[in-house]
Design a protein around this ligand. Structure first.
Ligand SMILES: [Zn+2]
Length: 406
């Protein structure tokens, strides 16, 4: 599984997990006992958090649980991992509207201070409760491990599945970005994704449009909602109904992930080829002014946009391509020539009331996104970024080409 997340104010980081079998050297009694104890205390903490009904800060969690956990023989970082994990379980159960989490599997998250990893000999030493240790031989092809030379590892998950042990080690590396020469601005809509590449002096280099599969997923969504409306309280508990809901959910998931992965790959490849920075609309800014984010609030919309952005960002980081975000406010309704408001006319092509400018709404959006990026980052002193934007006339020419220019 691949994961990646940007940390605000820090260099972008790529995170990847390496999962492999682990064979205990000698007895595994202490390790099994540790996993049982670990599961039980996570459950205990989760139960107490569930009854509290409010989200606690790290500090409060520490105060409530730390000394109890250490008293049970856990190490300092075990304790931290336990209450952080329990809290995340409770939070995700709550936000899904689900029931109290119940842990059955034997697995433990461990911080880098609680294990020693020897990649040369493929030996992992885990520090358990009460000073016990467990040594595990890691089983995986050499070349899979070689990839992570030079990465740092910071956390692992050890699991027992009834027949053997599994370990997932989390590696990360920071990403060095190169100075961009062009800007890829991306406008996400319900029906299509519009991508435009501009030079820093404002010339349009490329314009592409991709259809989204959202209409396709809509039918599955409608089915799900119909079922849930018919069994508003009980759908989770009737096996056949729950399975039907899950089936449609899986279909939506696979369609949209598939699309997002392909698009992310394609966008990042293009950006790499053109030495671009990728500019996206900041979806977090939508929450503050919900009315203005109306076009994103169409059913199905927002989570899908987030998924696409996640994939674009991931693929970009894999290629050391920079990603920037701008406020989406008015990107599709502002006239690129005079700043006036664009209004739909009879042929549903937006027109500026003030100056008469006519242009495709999605193309206008990519232009406005580009401009926002340029004005935001030239003010911050990013060298090489010119403030002059592309002329509206050039963009109008671009509007006529339906799919690809040049
Ligand atoms: Zn205008």
């Amino acid at each position: 599984m691949l994961v990646s997340y940007p940390v605000r104010g820090e260099e972008p980081v790529v995170v990847e997990a390496l999962r492999m079998r682990a064979l205990p050297e000698g007895s595994c009694d202490h390790l099994l006992e540790f996993l049982r104890l670990y599961r039980d205390v996570v459950q205990m903490v989760a139960d107490r958090l569930w009854n509290l009904d409010t989200k606690l800060s790290k500090k409060e969690l520490h105060r409530l649980f730390y000394s109890d956990l250490v008293g049970l023989g856990f190490r300092a970082h075990h304790a931290k991992e336990v209450y952080v994990y329990a809290e995340s379980l409770v939070e995700s159960a709550r936000s899904n509207g689900g029931r109290k989490p119940v842990l059955r599997r034997l697995s433990a998250r461990m911080d880098k201070y609680d294990y020693k990893l020897d990649l040369d000999n493929m030996v992992l030493t885990l520090k358990l409760y009460n000073g016990y240790e467990a040594k595990l031989k890691l089983v995986t092809p050499r070349e899979k491990v070689e990839k992570f030379r030079g990465w740092s590892n910071y956390e692992l998950v050890v699991k027992y599945d009834g027949s053997g042990f599994w370990v997932s080690i989390y590696f990360k590396r920071t990403v060095k970005t190169v100075k961009p020469r062009t800007v890829v601005s991306i406008d996400l809509n319900f029906d299509n994704v519009t991508l435009a590449i501009f030079t820093l002096s404002g010339r349009l280099v490329k314009l592409k449009r991709f259809k989204t599969p959202l209409r396709k997923t809509l039918t599955h969504r409608i089915w799900t909602e119909r079922i849930q409306r018919r069994y508003p309280k009980s759908w989770r508990f009737i096996k056949g109904v729950r399975e039907a809901v899950e089936r449609h959910g899986k279909k939506i998931k696979s369609i949209s992930w598939d699309y997002a992965h392909k698009l992310g790959d394609l966008v990042a490849e293009l950006a790499l080829k053109h030495h671009s920075v990728i500019v996206l609309e900041d979806l977090d800014e939508l929450r503050e002014n919900n009315k203005k984010g109306r076009r994103f609030n169409k059913r199905l919309g927002l989570w899908f946009y987030r998924r696409i952005q996640f994939c674009v960002e991931y693929e970009a980081k894999e290629r050391n391509v920079e990603v920037a975000k701008v406020n989406p406010r008015r990107t599709s309704s502002k006239c690129p020539r005079c700043g006036g408001k664009l209004v739909d006319n009879e042929s549903r092509v937006p027109r500026c009331r003030k100056c008469g400018f006519i242009g495709d709404r999605d193309v206008v959006a990519t232009l406005n996104i580009y401009r926002k990026y340029v004005s935001k980052y030239s003010r911050c002193g990013v060298s090489g970024v010119a403030l002059n934007a592309p002329s509206p006339m050039r963009i109008r020419a671009g509007c006529r080409g339906k799919r690809v220019m040049r």
